[in-house]
Design a protein around this ligand. Sequence first.
Ligand code: ADP
Ligand code: MG
Length: 604
Amino acid sequence: MADQIRVLSEKLANMIAAGEVIERPASVVKELVENAIDAGGERISVEIKAGGKQLMRVMDDGGGMSREDAVLAFERHATSKIAGEDDLYRIGTFGFRGEALASIASVARVDLTTNTKGEAAGTRVRIDGGSAPKVTDAGRAPGTTVAVSQLFYNVPARRKFLRTTGTETRHVVSVVSSIAMAYPAIAFTLTVDGRDTLSLPAVSNTYTRAQAVMGNTLMNQMIPVTFDDDLVKIHGFISRPDAARVSRTHQHLYINLRPVSSRALNRAVFEGYGSILPKERFPVSIVFLNIDLDQVDVNVHPAKREVRFSDESMVYERLLRAIRLALQNSDVVPVFETDTPDISGMAPAAAPGGERAPELELDPAMARRSQIDLFGPARGNGGDPPGEWTYTPAGSEGGTRDEGEPGTVREHGDAEMVSLWQLHNAYILAQVKGGFMLIDQHAAHERVLFERALKTLGDESAPSRQLLFPVTLDLMAPQIALVREHFDHFARLGFNVKLFGEKTVVVDAVPCMASNQDVDTLFHRMIENLQEMPEKNLKMEERLALTFSGHAGIRKGDPLSQQEMNGLVNDLFATEMPYVTPRGRPTVVRMPLEEIERRFNRPS
Ligand code: ADP
Ligand code: MG
């Protein structure tokens, strides 16, 4: 057979490359804005018409190009950003492949003007669909403007795949917003069909920029994330659990200020929330990871949206930890305050250089310890270590005391406890550092019971309380099957269940931690919930713990004694996630002093 292989023309090769790099107008805008940032631009304006299908123009005040460079920039593999092989493993710029401009020029009409400092005449380069460049003089201040019109005019197959103007516009807005979020010091504007759509002045920090991009309402629902070790530095914002969204598309992830998508790292953010997100809800997150350049490979994908890590599991683990810490430390976790001076001796040592705001305390265990200590009996007790003490459920006849050994529970005079008030037999009012808080007693107990139930289902068995009068329940066949199937689980929780015949179960002992006295209802509810629970993706232990904690605890309307309230609050803040129920409802509402002062029209 005659020779058939030939080397493709430069023009054809560029069009093929364009197929990978340029998917839609937003891809062009992304490449041009990235070039503007790489060039050191401080003000970048983007303008599009008809979703970019008609025109995209990106203007910057960066370093610009000499005439020779401006022509060379359109050659394939022409770049000023890397020189040798070693550079490929330490990429600190957006660009490095040198193919964006060549690709764009092969599938659209491009008009570039540029000028550098100290050069008299600027340069204008025009290229139509990969044709030879036309170079002329052009007066302009230092910087570069690239106008791209009639995208895919010579690739009809591609043009057909473009979506409506509205859809393409949304993609452009999202690309510009996402890059702008990482560069608060650069001013961005975006004009869509002559209308100002984004107008982002230069600001000093990411939070302010994120407010401008995402809106105040959303940012007010976010909590900060920070983490720092040898491998990675993480900062950003994640939503409070109750602000989670129904779709996963609100996770913004940046590696070394480059927006990237990574299923694994999105997963880490999600997992970091543990069980506190409402079902089928996803967090909003804006998270920046900084990693040594040689630990990340950005040369994975032509559009540079994906990255590879030399050790992904380490990065995953750090991110997961950062999210957990952020949630545990968020300011909805209150810090208690009493007037007693000697309590300070029990609190964790303040950081050198003055008093550290407890809200900023980085170690949640420490923060919690200080809260527990404040409730502990050490003061005036001859310096005895604070005892473990358990919550006494309302109405249970001394039920809690049998949970620990005698002596681990101390008698507390009311004088030794923080004063708490119960409101409407439903909420507990407490003074906290910088304000006060209201605790929803039912929600709080739900969180406490959930974690206890999970623990007992996992390893140890929970103590039971024998019922004076065993309860007999008639169940339907599928329910009996459920009981049979989960016999062990019920036993570990502390239920003693016996089967009688085809339809009857007898419960003669219940978990000590349950305060609901109506065993009949509790058991029925649990069985029903287990039958119909939509949380199919949860492990059986989690489902059981969820239904148990939902029904076994203190209810709205239960009166609580001072000691019971102290016990509950103490237990709540010893949990992993004190401020939300396992289903993501808040357990605590905090009222900061500033807010109170504002309402009294006091200048603070
Ligand atoms: P890459 O960004 O990967 O280097 P591009 O094709 O996007 O490849 O750009 C090629 C070269 O053109 C860049 O390396 C840069 O030197 C120059 N260039 C492109 N856009 C600009 C700009 N806005 N300002 C200054 N130089 C630019
Ligand atoms: Mg580039």
